[in-house]
Ligand binder design. Structure first.
Ligand code: TYD
Length: 212
């Protein structure tokens, strides 16, 4: 069995960059690695992504949650679960915690969000989740420095972005066995080191220690 690692966090928190760096380091260490993202990761899910991001301002948080979950179910079934079964490592840029936090912060019915999670994710829960945390203004400045990539969620105001940040921190506190909170305002290299050490501590060293 392989491992499933997710990156979560607010806008401009550097998830995608760190997901790529982690994948490179794992490959250099001889692992088979798939890097993927949500919403997306399969042809169907990429189409849902395109429509969803275009229509998001017109949709209720529950409608958004259903669409994110539909894309996720396909992604889990077609890509993530089979790769883990083959013994590969899957590094995913956003996953079900994003629905909990984003649609949750927008007021979605949380019983629905939880039910959708169990339908879409099933047994395929991440083994490890890096929660990339930085102040809202730091993330906003990074998004502004990118070109042509912003989506309707990037444009939400500070109060919404702060509620998401609080939601991600609460998640890391609620599930410390799975989550590691990373200070995403430090240098890129310092973040990568923290992430690499987290992988060693949580996923690589424990089985070796048991074998001694
Ligand atoms: P993405 O393009 O990956 O943006 P980012 O670079 O910020 O990760 O994701 C698209 C947007 O969709 C992003 O603003 C977060 C939002 N989102 C949700 O609201 N719920 C979800 O379940 C997921 C996966 C993403």
């Amino acid at each position: 069995m392989g491992f499933f690692i997710t990156f979560e966090g607010g806008e401009g928190s550097g998830k995608s960059t760190q997901a790529r760096i982690l994948a490179q380091r794992l490959r250099a260490a001889g692992r088979e690695v798939i890097v993927t993202r949500e919403p997306g990761g399969t042809p169907l899910a990429e189409r849902v992504r395109e429509r969803l991001l275009a229509e998001a301002p017109k949709l209720s948080p529950e409608e958004q949650a259903v669409l994110f979950a539909a894309a996720r179910a396909d992604h889990v079934e077609q890509v993530i679960a089979p790769a883990i079964e083959r013994g590969e490592w899957v590094v995913c840029d956003r996953f079900a915690d994003s629905t909990h936090v984003y649609q949750g912060a927008a007021g979605a019915n949380m019983a629905l969000v939880e039910a959708l999670r169990s339908v879409a994710v099933g047994e395929c829960e991440p083994h490890l989740t890096f929660v990339m945390d930085c102040p809202v203004d730091v993330g906003r400045a990074r998004v502004a420095a990118r070109t042509g990539q912003d989506d309707p969620f990037d444009r939400d105001g500070d109060a919404v972005q702060q509620a998401r940040r609080d939601g991600f921190i609460a998640l890391a506190e609620r599930e410390p066995w799975r989550c590691i909170l990373v200070d995403a305002s430090q240098s890129r290299d310092a973040q990568s080191e923290a992430i690499w050490n987290g992988v060693q501590d949580r996923l690589v060293r424990p089985p070796m220690a048991r074998a001694d």
